[in-house]
Structure formats: structure tokens, C-alpha cells
Design a protein around this ligand. Structure first.
Ligand SMILES: Nc1ncnc2c1ncn2[C@@H]1O[C@H](COP(=O)(O)OP(=O)(O)OP(=O)(O)O)[C@@H](O)[C@H]1O
Ligand SMILES: [Mg+2]
Length: 361
């Protein structure tokens, strides 16, 4: 069966800039799906949850799934202490000196993001410092041409970056939140108008320490059918409510073996919060036990369907760039108004440029 592109464009109310096919061209249904996906707006998605719940597995599966369906860039940030995403995505490990939280890369990236802003001292570029008209923005479609690009690994439209983990000299002297600061700056300065940012987050509720909880359109909270996992959900949702971002948090049950597991999760979490249930999967066991390569096509069909459901949900969300920025301003004001911060850096509220808007191009 064929259908004209003009018909799809009309039905979806797509603007001219979205239309890459010439008018009158006939497409198969499969091609239509790809065209529709390529037309959809920007998105930032995070996978969070208890340690070992399946964040990396679901994050990598989703990123592979999306990147196979679209020509848009899919950029993965592995912010987990245990860096698993590159391997799951079929890349080599990212060496320590390429971790974006390593001192060299961090300073280089910060300097570039600051652009023409009057911030002489890198220390005054805080994790909540928002983008302005004078900042350099990370545009996903050209990420490889930015100073950030060389720290990632790239294959086709898929890129992966490692935030970084503890080094021996950090033990007792550093807090992982410090490592996350550069990710926060990158995310707030990223315009995702033409692609997907997929982040494998730190375990538990660490993302509330800074701006991370406010940086995503959709936060997928991975919940195992265990009481400890439910406790992480309760804590996370409480903090998300307090921070005014609970709307963007949705749950995926993982490692589901039977109806009893589903009922257990449903007895603790409202149905409207649940995207679906990812079953205990032979292919994922094979990856873990025998080093098999992750392949979406080898996942249990029900699990492939969950990936589709996440993508449909993501693609149904509105353009939230300005809303997200408003939240960053709010967090930055709160941070800047603390007396010790004023004493250290002066009035950081001046870093907010309320005239800044993400453009449509
Ligand atoms: N649906 C599933 N079926 C079978 N095994 C799974 C499934 N999901 C995850 N696992 C296994 O559970 C373990 C933890 O998964 P994963 O590394 O994705 O979790 P994580 O939340 O990222 O963990 P960490 O907090 O250590 O980073 C792995 O051995 C993985 O293979
Ligand atoms: Mg992980």
C-alpha cells in the first residue's frame, strides 16, 4: 500500500521545514513511519531508578531502537557511576581522559559554552548557569563539530558520552554530584530541536541535588518488583512533586516474570504513571552471561513493544524547551540568592538573560 507524503503532511499539520520528501512522492507504510518520526520535535529523556534496576539496559535498548528508526541524531549521556551504556550500544569503552567530567574536558567544554558571556572565572560558571544569547549552544545535529564532539564515540546518527566515574584520588575528596555538574551545564545549553538526548542516570534520587531533575521532558523511572525498588519510586516521586516535575516522571516495570510481579507494582504505583512492564528477557541474560551484543530485534516482542510505547509517548509531548529553561532560571535564582554564594561570586542572578529564547530553526 502507498500513500502520498502530502497526505501525511496535511494530516499531521507539518510545517514546510519538516518536509524533506518532494510533494507527490509515494511512500510505503514503513517509509511513512520513518518520515513521521523524522518530523517530530525535540526530546530529552532520562532513565533513573535503583542501582541494578535496569537503567542502562533500557536506556541502551531505547537509544538503539530510536536511532534505527530516525535519521535524526540520538545522543546518549552515560551519567551512571557504572559506565555500561557504551558497551551495550556496541562501542569500545571510553577512556578516562575522555570522560567529560575529567578536568581537561570539563574546562574546555565550559569555556566553549560560556561563549561571549562576561564570565572570566570558570568557577563562576555554576551548574545552574543558564544559556544566554551570548552562549554557545550544543545543537545535536552538529555535536561532532563542537569541542564536546571529540569526547564522544559516534556511529551513524548515534553518539555516546561518558560523564565519568570516581578515580582513586577522588575517594573521600570528591562527591559524585561534582562530576555531574558538567552534564548539567551541557544539558541546559543543548538545543534538542533536531534530535533525541537519552541519559542513563545515576542511581536513586541523586538528580535532585542540582538541576538534573528539571532537564528532561520524560523521566523513565525503572522499577523492579521489589519493595526496595518501590521505596526508591516513593522517594523519587515525593521529591519530584516538591520540585514541580512529577508530571514528567513515568514508570517502567522491569524484570517482570509473571502476573504476580505486575500486580505487586500496580498495588504501589497508580496505573496512569506506568508506561508498561518489561519482562525478564533471555536476550538480556545472554548479553550479561555470554557477552552477546544488544539487538532490539532479539528482545522479546513484548519488550520491543514497550520501546515503541516509550517513543510514542515521547513524540506526543510538546516542545518544552522554554519551560525547562524557566525551571533552570528558578533553580539558579535560588542558588544565587544564598549568602555564601553571593560572598564567593557576587550576584550570579546577572547571568540570567530573560530575553533568551530557543529558536525554531
Ligand atoms: N529485563 C531484564 N531481563 C533480564 N535481565 C535484566 C533485565 N534488565 C536488566 N537485567 C540485568 O540486570 C542487571 C542490571 O541491569 P543494568 O545494568 O541495566 O541496571 P542499572 O540500573 O543500570 O545498574 P547500575 O545501577 O549498576 O548502573 C544486569 O545484569 C542486566 O543484564
Ligand atoms: Mg547502569
Amino acid at each position: 500500500m502507498t500513500i502520498s507524503f502530502a497526505m501525511i503532511a496535511e494530516r499531521l499539520n507539518l510545517s514546510k521545514s519538516h518536509i524533506t520528501q518532494s510533494k507527490g512522492e509515494k511512500l510505503t507504510i514503513l517509509q511513512c513511519e520513518v518520515v513521521v518520526l523524522n518530523a517530530i520535535n525535540n526530546m530529552k529523556i532520562a532513565f533513573v531508578g535503583k542501582g541494578g534496576s535496569g537503567k542502562s539496559t533500557l536506556c541502551a535498548s531505547f537509544a538503539l531502537y530510536v536511532s534505527s528508526l530516525t535519521t535524526k541524531p540520538v545522543v546518549v549521556f552515560d551519567a551512571d557511576l557504572n559506565i555500561h551504556a557504551p558497551k551495550l550500544l556496541g562501542f569500545l569503552p571510553i577512556p578516562f581522559d575522555k570522560h567529560i567530567s575529567a578536568p581537561g574536558p570539563t574546562d574546555e567544554i565550559k569555556k566553549w559554552l560560556i561563549g561571549k558571556n562576561d564570565i572570566k572565572n570558570l568557577g563562576a560558571f555554576r551548574k545552574s548557569t543558564p544559556p544566554t544569547q551570548k552562549s554557545n549552544l550544543v545543537r545535536l545535529e552538529s555535536i561532532q563539530n563542537t569541542p564536546l564532539g571529540k569526547y564522544g564515540l559516534h556511529r551513524g546518527n548515534l553518539s555516546v558520552f561518558a560523564v565519568g566515574t570516581y578515580q582513586e584520588e577522588d575517594i573521600g575528596a570528591s562527591c559524585y554530584h561534582n562530576n555531574l555538574a558538567i552534564l548539567e551545564s551541557i544539558l541546559s545549553h543543548t538545543d534538542d530541536a533536531h534530535g533525541y538526548v537519552v541519559t542513563d542516570m545515576v542511581a536513586g534520587v541523586d538528580s535532585f541535588a542540582g538541576t538534573l531533575h528539571a532537564q528532561f521532558d520524560l523521566t523513565c523511572l525503572i522499577v523492579e518488583p521489589t519493595m526496595r525498588s518501590i521505596e526508591v519510586y516513593i522517594k523519587y516521586i515525593d521529591l519530584a512533586n516538591e520540585a514541580g516535575v512529577a508530571e514528567s516522571v513515568r514508570v517502567i516495570g522491569n524484570k517482570i516474570r509473571n502476573q504476580k510481579d505486575i500486580d505487586f507494582i500496580k498495588s504501589h504505583i497508580p496505573s496512569q504513571k506506568i508506561i508498561g512492564f518489561f519482562t525478564d528477557d533471555e536476550h538480556i541474560r545472554d548479553i550479561d552471561q555470554n557477552g552477546a551484543l544488544l539487538s532490539v530485534a532479539k528482545l522479546n516482542p513484548d519488550n520491543q513493544n514497550i520501546l515503541k510505547t516509550i517513543l510514542e509517548l515521547v513524540d506526543s509531548l510538546p516542545d518544552n524547551r522554554q519551560l525547562r529553561l524557566g525551571k533552570i532560571w528558578e533553580i539558579h535564582r535560588k542558588y544565587s540568592n544564598q549568602v555564601h554564594i553571593k560572598n564567593l561570586y557576587g550576584n550570579l542572578n546577572l547571568q540570567i538573560d530573560e530575553s533568551f529564547v530557543f529558536s525554531d530553526t
